[in-house]
Design a protein around this ligand. Sequence first.
Ligand code: ADP
Ligand code: ADP
Length: 226
Amino acid sequence: DYVVSLAQVTKEYAGGVKALAGVDLAIGRGELLGIVGPSGSGKSTLLHVMGTLDRPTSGAVTLASHDVNALSDRRLSALRARHIGFVFQAFHLVPSATALANVAEGLRYSGLPRRERQRRAITALDRVGLGDRMHHRPNELSGGQKQRVAIARAVAGEPDVLLADEPTGALDSASGAAVLDLLRELHADGATIAVITHDLELAASLPRQIRIKDGRIAADLRQGDA
Ligand code: ADP
Ligand code: ADP
């Protein structure tokens, strides 16, 4: 039962850069996997293609049993909103909005009534330990707290998979570790998570790690593999 899978996926950017060169990867429900590799190896491209933000140049992407290539941009946006939560290095919060409003905004296209969106946003903020910061704006929060708001926004809609692109990249090591602990907790509660990281030691501590090199999967290791 895969949440998202890629078969023989390539991605070529304008100018001829081959960012992905034949990737096969399937993520099962409930997995927590780290993606590591040198700068420029294709990690972000991989995450964007998995997240259906980018379409592959060739190959197949399947999200929640839907063939992504067969969907119009509009249907793909709807599918993405329903099934995927994103977290980025730079938080991407609305500066003028409170934590609560930022998280509720993530549910805007959920089809849920406003009151239910508020309720879910509160639950998500409680879940990330920010129940007492809901009415703070981003500039009143630390980096680690901002990232936890972003994670609350990403999980509020209960996506099938959370995709995180260097979520600790802008944080000091203590806040970064706290964000990682939070991802582990969400995983323990059943979330499916793929996280790009520069931290090899961290990746090695996760249940599964994918090593990318030159747009290919150089290794796909599970905890306990030699
Ligand atoms: P990583 O996340 O591992 O640093 P990326 O996926 O960002 O790698 O990039 C992979 C390759 O694709 C690099 O050579 C990068 O310069 C190139 N690339 C990434 N995004 C674009 C883009 N929008 N246009 C052209 N080339 C790109
Ligand atoms: P989701 O599968 O994304 O949770 P739905 O079940 O509402 O959402 O499906 C959205 C649309 O995709 C519906 O028109 C449905 O018939 C179609 N669909 C769902 N699963 C499949 C599948 N495995 N193959 C083809 N079409 C599907």
